[in-house]
Design a protein around this ligand. Sequence first.
Ligand code: TMP
Ligand code: ASP
Length: 234
Amino acid sequence: MEKRQKIYEGKAKILYTTDDPGLLIQYFKDDATAFNAQKKGTIAEKGIMNNRIATKIFEYLGREGVKTHFVKLLSDREMLVKRVEIVPVEVIVRNRAAGSLCRMLALPEGLELDGPTLEFCYKKDELGDPLINEYHIRALKIATDEEVGKITKMAFGINEALKKFFLKLNIELIDFKLEFGRHQGHIILADEISPDTCRLWEVGTGKKLDKDRFRRDMGNIEEAYQEVLRRVTR
Ligand code: TMP
Ligand code: ASP
């Protein structure tokens, strides 16, 4: 698959066109940011690890019946994906309180939630990705009600599938972020799922195996990603 031109560069990935107009190459960088890019750094080999981890997760979700943009792994840092129109909403599912939910509601980290929660954040860097609800999404024509319904159903379904997937690896899925895209009139899962976009705690020890180690300067970041990769590929 021939790589043509760069069409988008985000904080952690780059998208390139290919000789097929329906397909893009998603390239994973080592760059890491946090708190809306106020904190910047690199995590050695992160791109390689996240590309492999995201591949394993997309393959698993595909087997579970989830429609995703993933086509195939191409190289160390590249996967082939379907070209979609991204819905500019970050969809966050939480099983335990952590991160911004703890800050917003003064909750203790790790508090078990009585059933999973769902949040939408408007993807607008200049605003710091503000929390919005389905009325804002409708009022601003960000997505149709039908799309929001589909996204909600898919997000909770993906949560159930991923909780099961990680539990088998002795990892608890605390929360995660998804992005969806429009593809041939349907909503499909896009972007990536990796330790950059999930909170993953080792069962028993509570050890953090995700980007919180970078956000909070906890050290052993590469080792944590490596550990997730080792478990998902074993
Ligand atoms: P939060 O607690 O900071 O809102 O994050 C919730 C989850 O979403 C966590 O697993 C990290 C992930 N996330 C992203 O992938 N990208 C983002 O820009 C943000 C804010 C969170
Ligand atoms: N990646 C996001 C940023 O740069 C936030 C995060 O993951 O904490 O700000």
